[in-house]
Design a protein around this ligand. Structure first.
Ligand code: GCU
Length: 329
């Protein structure tokens, strides 16, 4: 644990320190450092890498993307702050992190807001979110595009969860936002906010009864070892957002800005494909290591969360966004 944190600190120091000097290397390509909290096999890593290759090609090598996986630059909250203050240029962060800056974002990560992957892809690629994504400039970053992170389900130790009653008294890790805590309450349990990197140990040590996430993260981070009962509640399809520092974006020419924005958007359908292609394999890996996948009747959970959905759509901006999303069903 200590070693891992020391490694992260050393990496952050080197990377952030390096950012101060790169602009002086006039002839070299400008490096874009991107923070990512999962592995280099993850579909989002692969989509981002492909985006980086295309960016290098289309800008005649003026930009070079380097992705730092496995939370090497810190957890998502820390990474977003580094982007915000221009110490690094890009990051992939889950929607709840951005929602902490602007509550309008919570609409795109609410329980049961998408009917499935196709609906979500339509929303992400239709332009319906453009205005929202440009609106974060005032915080020092912009959202270039959204990636799918599939559907999230509960996983626990000690048995599957198939009803709201089964959730009673269960402490489940959630991502760090109020909506996520409320979401867990509407499902019948107690949400404990923390960063992804802490989940495995917290479940192992009994601080948590389980967590909720998609099959790929569940498998990739070996969380089946500590919480082997995966119950397909599919309660959330939280977008992951590709964010870029406004400071950095403004340092690019207008043409290069247009190129990076276009290529990021084009990488989204690619990421959906990569994502959907990895789900079954991820399940198989977990199953081979003893995990149990249980289908769940999601209706009672949907009904239990209906009131929360209504409560989360309060402001005119949230209402307009919600309508845009449902119109694309
Ligand atoms: C998913 C998502 C990540 C997020 C993680 C989490 O894996 O893709 O962006 O960090 O869930 O639960 O923290």
């Amino acid at each position: 644990m200590f070693k891992q944190s020391a490694l992260k600190l050393a990496t952050i120091a080197t990377v952030v320190g390096g950012a101060l000097s790169y602009s002086s290397l006039v002839s070299a390509a400008t490096e874009i450092k991107a923070a990512f909290n999962q592995s280099d096999k993850h579909p989002q890593y692969l989509a981002l890498k492909d985006f980086g290759d295309k960016l290098a090609q289309e800008t005649d090598g003026r930009y070079k993307l380097t992705i730092y996986p496995n939370e090497l630059l810190g957890d998502q909250r820390a990474a977003l702050e580094l982007v915000q203050n221009g110490a690094i240029q890009m990051a992939v962060v889950a929607n709840p992190l951005v929602e902490n800056y602007d509550k309008t974002f919570r609409v795109i990560g609410m329980p049961y807001v998408y009917t499935g992957s196709e609906h979500q892809e339509k929303v992400f690629t239709s332009g319906a979110l453009d205005e929202l994504f440009n609106s974060t400039k005032k915080y020092g970053f912009e959202v270039l595009t959204a990636y799918t992170a599939g559907a999230r389900s509960m996983y626990t130790k000690g048995g599957a969860v198939t009803s709201v009653a089964d959730m009673k008294g269960k402490k489940i890790r959630v991502m760090q936002s109020d909506t996520m805590i409320k979401m867990l309450s509407c499902m019948g349990g107690t949400g404990v906010p923390m960063s992804q990197g802490e989940v495995y140990t917290a479940v192992q040590q009994g601080v948590l009864d389980g967590a909720e996430n998609n099959e790929i993260t569940y498998s990739d981070l070996k969380q089946y070892e500590v919480a082997p009962y995966f119950s397909a509640t599919r309660h959330l399809m939280v977008p992951d957002l590709v964010v870029i520092s406004s400071y950095f974006l403004n340092s690019m020419s207008a043409d290069d800005q247009a190129t990076i924005k276009r290529l990021a958007k084009e990488s989204t359908p690619e990421e959906f494909k990569l994502w959907n292609a990895q789900i079954e394999q991820a399940k198989k890996v977990a199953q081979d290591k003893g995990a149990t996948f249980t289908e769940v009747d999601i209706k009672p959970f949907q009904e239990a969360c209906h009131g929360l959905q209504e409560a989360l759509v309060e402001t005119p901006a949230q209402k307009a966004l919600f309508e845009k999303i449902t119109a694309l069903q």
